[in-house]
Design a protein around this ligand. Structure first.
Ligand code: SAM
Length: 203
């Protein structure tokens, strides 16, 4: 029996949660119990709109703090008729810590997070040791974390942080994933900056 959904069937959703304190219930959010993948800092959804269209047997949640970008995901998702994509306007760290149930995700995508290049701003970077603890908590065993950045020095930090995380082991991206580019990626690649990427499996 289909589960109740807060959005009309056939629609993507701009989700502004009325209750920011409780964890999301994916079954009622999506109206089914398909596996769920999350993208943090998804921008205007350039990756998720393509990936969700290619994988109708999975659900996708995009987290982004800028309202205009989430609105754009909603508009484009509806136009594409995607039923398996939702946008959430909220802060990424807060979402990981408070909105996602333990072991409830099959994949976590983090693409071109703000690099905060100045040394005094490095503490603002998302991929640091505390992030690996939160990511390990929300990913189901065997779930995967996918990282991409154009920023060579931040990529070195990502590699170091992830290699030191006891709950993760290096793995490969699934076939076709790297062919799906984000907006920032297309821009960086056009400027001659290649994509640095890695994939990690939750033990
Ligand atoms: C450099 S852009 C990359 C966007 C997209 N991933 C892409 O590759 O096209 C980084 C995005 O992360 C969002 N962002 C940065 N910090 C965030 C946070 N703490 N919580 C949610 N979104 C955040 C920004 O608003 C921006 O849209």
């Amino acid at each position: 029996m289909p589960l109740p959904s807060p959005v009309p069937a056939g629609a993507a959703s701009l989700l502004l949660p009325p209750d920011i304190l409780n964890r999301l219930e994916f079954a009622s959010l999506f109206g089914n119990t398909q596996p769920v993948e999350l993208e943090l800092g998804c921008g205007d959804g350039s990756f998720l709109l393509q990936w969700a269209a290619q994988n109708p047997d999975r659900n996708f949640l995009g987290v982004e703090r800028l309202k205009g970008r989430v609105t754009k995901i909603d508009r484009k998702g509806r136009r594409q008729g995607l039923t398996n994509l939702r946008g959430l306007r909220l802060e990424a760290g807060y979402v990981l810590e408070w909105k996602i149930a333990p072991a409830s995700l099959t994949a976590l995508h983090v693409y071109f997070p703000d690099p905060w290049p100045k040394k005094r701003h490095h503490k603002r970077r998302l991929i640091q040791a505390p992030f690996t603890v939160l990511a390990a908590r929300v990913l189901a065993p065997g779930g995967r974390l996918f990282l991409r950045t154009d920023h060579v020095e931040y990529f070195a930090q990502m590699e170091e942080v992830m290699a030191a995380a006891p709950d993760f082991e290096r793995c490969e991206e699934p076939e076709g994933l790297l062919d799906v580019k984000t907006d920032f990626e297309v821009g960086f690649n056009a400027e001659g900056k290649p994509t640095n990427h890695s994939a990690w499996r939750r033990r």
